[in-house]
Write a protein that binds this ligand. Structure first.
Ligand code: TNX
Length: 478
């Protein structure tokens, strides 16, 4: 690929004179692998292998050097490709990860080796949180597919995988104290969807794969609504206290847990597991609890938030929790433009950060247009243009500057039941949202983006993953 194909677009690109690197088949690490930060080595080796290169010790013809430079943002990097040499500077491991991702996109791998243009790139993201929320509760996606989704995040320099692990239709995370959650509700799914669950080992595998490239996994246990899978497995929590029937439809807002000793014990058990998962954030859900009285809602949300806080972690919750009294420093995820937004703006005024997932832009389960077979359309159709052409800072009037922590795409799976369908909904729009989250607003332009994006289809094809040939893009141009 070439400089003009990078997605997301870096902050500053200077095209240099000279030919760059032609036909390399290995890279010589200037100061040896021992000088590469330990956490960064596996990603460097992974990047080299994607480029068809091997890494060698000592000095030689094609070299790569890594250096640390203090005083920059965590994900800042500088990538300098000259005649036969690549230099990368970053101030933290995360900067090296993003630099390697750019390097992989920049490399043109041919039969006679890898080519890189001579270029100086200085880059850092607009927002620190660039995520994808994946609903594995309605329809289950087994570990190998989740790892492929992580590859997509890495490709577009995204850094958060949010897993929506529980909902009315299924429970997907092993909770050792509560075996029935998975023994009973791990076996259900939305009609037409796949059932299943992750063992704690499965989750550890997902986390270590993501961590290799500096992607954080955020587990979500959704309470107090979206809880039919829980009340179907354990009594004492539903409105009547009885077990509920399984639910395989796609309506929302029809389930709840209510304050009781059983519910308190349940919250303690499930959030103990969620907070033990590596990573700084735990999502407690909080959306669409229409069946739960407001006072009960607030108290249950606060109980969950307190367990999260006591574990030293940061709570994330959907926008309905904006008035529930979450501790300062928590994150509210905006999703529903139909609701009153003032509570979110007010929460931001008292130290809450805002994560942007407006359904009419970022819900990638929305159809592209009327011809899309999968997905839904309650928030409208989302074309590539809708996904790309918006400014997160313009979403809410009166939001305190600096409140927005980032942008997260969401894919709900009530009507997305295979991996082929999933990636066809993600691609190409995930790349658009990645650029919304990464690239400064003043540098973004839909037409240029579509041009850069067009050569990404080669990579999707090489990975043999489904994608949508969105009209208006000159896919596979040479
Ligand atoms: C709204 S987003 C929901 C989900 C659905 C989704 C379908 C959110 C916080 N709640 O439960 O799956 O719409 O698009």
């Amino acid at each position: 690929m070439s400089i003009s194909d990078l997605v997301p677009l870096p902050l500053r690109i200077t095209v240099l004179e000279g030919t760059g690197i032609r036909g390399a088949n290995h890279l010589q690490l200037v100061s040896g692998l021992g000088s590469v930060p330990e956490r960064v080595q596996p990603a460097l080796e992974d990047a080299a292998s994607q480029l068809g290169l091997t890494l060698r010790e000592g000095t030689g013809h094609w070299s790569i050097s890594l250096s640390q430079e203090e005083g920059h943002a965590t994900e800042w990097y500088r990538l300098h490709v000259q005649e036969d040499a690549i230099e990368i500077a970053a101030s933290a491991d995360e900067g090296f990860f993003r630099a390697f991702s750019t390097l992989v996109q920049l490399g043109d791998v041919t039969a006679d080796g890898a080519h890189f243009p001579a270029v100086l790139i200085e880059d850092e993201p607009r927002y620190p949180w660039r995520g994808l929320s994946l609903d594995v509760a309605r329809s289950f996606y087994p570990v190998p597919e989740v790892l492929e989704v992580i590859d997509l995040l890495v490709r577009y320099r995204m850094n958060v995988l949010h897993l929506h692990l529980t909902d009315d239709q299924g429970w997907r995370l092993e909770i050792p104290n509560r075996p029935l959650l998975t023994e009973v509700s791990g076996k259900t799914a939305v009609d037409g969807g796949r059932a299943g669950h992750y063992s704690l080992r499965d989750l550890a595998q997902i986390i270590s794969y993501a961590d290799k490239w500096g992607v954080t996994v955020v587990p979500e246990i959704d309470v107090p609504g979206h809880t039919n899978a829980a009340t179907h497995a354990y009594a004492g929590m539903s409105r009547t206290g009885e077990l509920t029937d399984s639910y395989t439809g796609i309506e929302v807002g029809r389930s709840g847990i209510y304050p009781s000793p059983e519910t308190a014990a349940f919250l303690a058990d499930v959030f103990e597991v969620a907070t033990a998962i590596p990573g700084p954030f735990v999502h407690l859900g909080g959306d669409e609890a229409d069946e739960v009285a407001r006072a009960d809602y607030d108290s249950l949300v606060r109980s969950a938030a307190q367990i999260i806080r006591e574990s030293g972690k940061t709570a994330v919750a959907w926008q309905e929790a904006a008035t529930a009294g979450l501790p300062a420093g928590s994150i509210i995820q905006y999703w529903d433009p139909r609701q009153e937004l003032t509570p979110i703006v007010q929460a931001a005024g008292s130290g809450i950060s805002v994560l942007m997932s407006p359904a009419n832009r970022a819900y990638l389960d929305m159809k592209y247009d009327e011809s899309t077979a999968a997905g839904q359309d309650w928030a409208g159709y989302i074309s590539l243009e809708n996904a790309y052409d918006w400014d997160p800072e313009d979403e809410m009037v009166g939001l305190l500057p600096g409140s927005i922590v980032g942008v997260e795409a969401c894919i709900w799976t009530e009507r997305i039941h295979s991996f082929e369908e999933l990636t066809s909904m993600l691609l190409p729009r995930l790349a658009a949202l990645a650029e919304v989250a990464w690239t400064a607003q003043s540098k973004r332009h839909l037409g240029q983006f579509a041009h850069r994006l067009s050569s990404e289809s080669k990579w999707w094809e090489s990975k043999e993953i489904g994608w949508f040939q969105h009209p208006g893009v000159d896919w596979n141009r040479k």
